[in-house]
Design a protein around this ligand. Structure first.
Ligand code: PLP
Ligand code: COI
Length: 339
């Protein structure tokens, strides 16, 4: 490591302007001027569709420092594929998987002194982002786009990290039933700001959204998917057209089944049937696994395992997942890529 000195153990989840980011421009069917730049500011037309009509999408993935000092990515091809589906939904151009992964690797290499040391639990978070730009005012897709990837070292997303925290259900929805919930687009997050702030000001880590049709089933957290462990050791996670297909969630589902021999289920998770779970958590790239101590709904707090201690299955899944991500445990074929 060179001489970058940060408080690696207390980074939180904050923006930081690092020396380099990748940028590419799209016009007339082609990406061009694909290169690293030191300029953290985007200069775009006031008529850009990203500004008016939310024509933008993004991704989130991490680079991990391993014990031998090398750096690796966790399933970047999955993020590339998800961005392709988001772009398809919003009529934006595709970033081919090779270009996406190459851009991410270039940004990690260029900012390698900011990849936190092994053992701190901190990582380099990467934020690929695409916006529709150019002069427009009608509700039509833009004729020009910018794809950029920037990075910052991060620690825990939720304050507790692996200590359980409490969440609350929300009366609001983050996405419509067949809207854009399954795509990583800014509008979903704009819709979650007000309910998220309400949850925070009431002392909760975040909201758990219910299904937008009749508010009977758990969907997901505003920034992570939900999972529960049943009394008979089944890994259960909601299935819905309005939740984001989490790379972390599908990785945990795979590990639960193939590494730990657990039964797994993607299905309905009714809010009035939480007694079936002995443990619950929020999972995602930023959240990693954040145990849910209690979930407040209609004035009642349902405690899963404990408000202060992480449950054994959640801990086992966390150790396996992070062990793979930091290179301490063997990864299933194709899950990690050296930078
Ligand atoms: N759900 C939402 C709404 C998210 O923003 C995220 C974060 O990306 C996730 C779930 C978790 O997805 P992933 O595990 O791919 O990061
Ligand atoms: C992620 O986990 O990568 C996210 O995008 C969640 C949140 C920071 C929006």
């Amino acid at each position: 490591m060179a001489d970058v000195q940060l408080d690696w153990n207390n980074l939180g989840f904050n923006y930081r302007n690092l020396p380099y980011r990748y940028r590419a421009y799209w016009k007339d069917g082609k990406w061009y001027k694909k290169e690293l730049t030191g300029d953290a500011t985007l200069h775009i037309s006031e008529g850009s569709t990203a500004l008016h009509y939310g024509q933008q999408d993004f991704e989130g993935l991490k680079a991990y420092r391993t014990k031998d000092g090398s750096v690796q990515l966790f399933r970047p091809d999955r993020n590339a594929a998800r961005m392709q589906t988001s772009c398809e939904r919003l009529l934006m151009p595709q970033v081919p998987t090779d270009m996406f992964v190459d851009a991410v690797k270039q940004v990690v290499r260029a900012n390698q002194d900011y990849v936190p040391p092994y053992g701190t639990g901190a990582t380099l978070y990467l934020r690929p982002l695409m916006i529709g730009v150019g002069g427009n005012i009608g509700v039509h897709p833009a004729q020009e786009y910018i794809f950029t990837v920037f990075a910052m070292p991060v620690g825990s997303y939720f304050k507790g990290g692996m200590t359980p925290t409490n969440f609350t259900t929300s009366n609001y929805d983050r996405a419509a039933h067949k809207g854009t919930g399954a795509y990583k687009v800014g509008g979903n997050y704009a819709a979650s700001l007000f309910p998220g702030q309400e949850a925070h000001s009431n002392g909760y880590s975040d909201c758990v959204y219910l299904d937008p049709v009749d508010h009977k089933k758990i969907e997901e957290v505003g920034s992570a998917n939900f999972f529960g462990i049943t009394k008979d050791n089944k890994f259960v996670t909601p299935k819905s057209p309005s939740i984001l297909p989490s790379v972390t969630k599908y990785s945990l589902l795979y590990l639960a089944e193939h590494k730990f021999g657990m039964a797994v289920e993607e299905g309905d998770v009714y809010i009035d049937d939480l007694d079936r779970f002995t443990e619950a958590g929020a999972c995602g790239t930023a959240a990693v696994i954040s145990p849910i101590g209690g979930l407040e709904h209609n004035g009642k707090l349902h405690v899963f395992y404990s408000e202060t201690e992480v449950g054994p299955v959640t801990k086992k899944l966390y150790d396996e997942l992070t062990g793979i991500q930091f290179g301490d445990r063997e990864a299933p074929e194709g899950w990690v890529q050296k930078v």
